[in-house]
Design a protein around this ligand. Structure first.
Ligand SMILES: NC(=O)c1ccc[n+]([C@@H]2O[C@H](COP(=O)([O-])OP(=O)(O)OC[C@H]3O[C@@H](n4cnc5c(N)ncnc54)[C@H](O)[C@@H]3O)[C@@H](O)[C@H]2O)c1
Ligand SMILES: [Zn+2]
Ligand SMILES: [Zn+2]
Length: 380
């Protein structure tokens, strides 16, 4: 860790979304500075998540212009006021969680960071931090909104509540995926499903988040983890992350295959990690009596899925939505699982793009050409 005070330039490069037709464009904007309770990081990498795609395509409303990117790794370069008891220090390598708890609301007080009201009201709806303003401005002084911390930039202001120190030996680039793909997987398994040792599991859609659900479910003792997707290459790849069987739902009947694999019972827990009606149906179809279905996929705007009333009632099945995780408790746990080699975050990152190539990276994600996770590596 360097003890020298880093030099922070006045301007930086960032991928800005101003117009849905033009997509992400790299611009030089003012370097943000942290206010109370916040930390400035020099970004080393930022993961490309499907949730950004919903915003880039205009399917999920968000104020523009904006800097997206909510899954970051970086080095702390400046601490704002009121951060002296956080344990964070200049020079530290950190991972940033997308769900940035305010730390003050009633849900945060109860430890339920994932329900933080100001996070939704201020950041997700307005693109600002908890004083109601953004930290990002164009060279002309025009405000630019932040989706989470606005990680697709050379520097990023992150509330201290959303940062976890990363020990030496954890890769500074691929650890970017810990703050969303892995943390969401952890939240789904540990909080949403609360998996018990020996339970059987199915994961519908094994992209960046789904692959993490697979490996974290195994780490929590699932006896079987059945991966269901429509892409054979993704199904093949997820075997290395602990999938015990795979089903291509384009060519196979997912319910029939899951019943064959589970003595006709179905799985105790099914996860849905895409956010479309048909994958919800598949996740419900493969569920055992008394089972829990945990959806984490976000719909492209307002979407609904059908749930069979009598089956849900008579078979005592539950649907337990899961958003992110309890960042302050769970992000350090996820970093620890990564550091101890219990989850494999490094091999999950299969593609690296430069900041200038961010738009091309999302295009690849949209075209389903990314296995695991792609990241923007700021050193490229
Ligand atoms: N709940 C949360 O906190 C949270 C956090 C992050 C992402 N998300 C959401 O999770 C979803 C997944 O994100 P991601 O980054 O892993 O996406 P991704 O693009 O990496 O993965 C999507 C996967 O779905 C598969 N797929 C496509 N069509 C399918 C179908 N009909 N049946 C089965 N599989 C199909 C693809 O082959 C791919 O493997 C998105 O909706 C995203 O917005 C939610
Ligand atoms: Zn995400
Ligand atoms: Zn809160």
């Amino acid at each position: 860790m360097s003890t020298e005070t880093p030099v922070i330039p006045d301007t930086m490069r960032a991928a800005v979304l101003r117009d849905y037709d033009k997509g992400l464009q790299v611009e030089t904007i003012r370097t943000p500075r942290p206010k109370a309770g916040e930390v400035l990081i020099k970004v080393t990498a930022c993961g490309l998540c499907h949730s950004d795609l919903h915003v880039i395509g205009g399917a999920i409303a968000f104020p523009l212009p904006a800097v997206l990117g909510h899954e970051v790794a970086g080095i702390i370069v400046e601490l704002g006021a009121g951060t002296e008891h956080t344990g964070l220090e200049v020079g530290q390598q950190v991972a940033g969680g997308f769900l940035m708890p305010c730390g003050q609301c009633r849900h945060c007080a109860a430890g339920h960071d994932e329900l933080c009201e100001p996070f939704f009201e201020l950041n997700r709806l307005k693109g600002v931090l908890y004083d109601g303003t953004t930290r990002l401005y164009s060279l002309d002084g025009e405000p630019i909104q932040m989706y989470s911390m606005g990680g697709l930039a050379e520097y990023s202001v992150v509330p201290a509540t959303a940062l976890a120190p990363v020990p030496e030996g954890v890769d500074p680039v691929s650890s970017a995926i810990l703050g969303c793909a892995a943390m969401t997987g952890y939240g789904a398994v540990r909080r949403g499903a609360d998996i018990k040792y020996g339970e059987t599991v199915a994961v519908v859609a094994v992209g960046g988040v789904g692959s993490n659900i697979v490996q974290i479910a195994r780490a929590f003792g699932a006896s079987q983890v059945i991966a269901i997707d429509v892409a054979d290459d993704k199904l093949e790849a997820v075997k290395a992350f602990g999938a015990t069987a795979t089903i291509n739902s384009m060519t196979q009947d997912a319910r029939e295959e899951v019943l064959k694999l589970t003595n006709g019972r179905g799985v105790d827990v099914s996860f849905e990690a895409l956010g479309i009606p048909s994958t919800w149906n598949t996740a419900l179809d493969v569920l055992a009596d008394g089972g829990r279905m945990v959806p984490i996929g976000l719909g492209a705007g307002r979407q609904t899925a059908e749930v069979e009333i009598n089956r849900t009632v008579r078979r005592s099945q539950s649907i337990l939505g899961s958003y992110g995780a309890r960042t302050r408790q769970d992000l350090p746990a996820v970093v620890d699982l990564a550091a101890r080699g219990i989850i494999n975050y490094d091999d999950l990152v299969t593609r690296r793009f430069s900041l200038d190539e961010a738009a091309a990276g999302y295009e690849a994600l949209r075209n389903r050409a990314v296995q695991g996770r792609a990241v923007v590596d700021m050193s490229l």
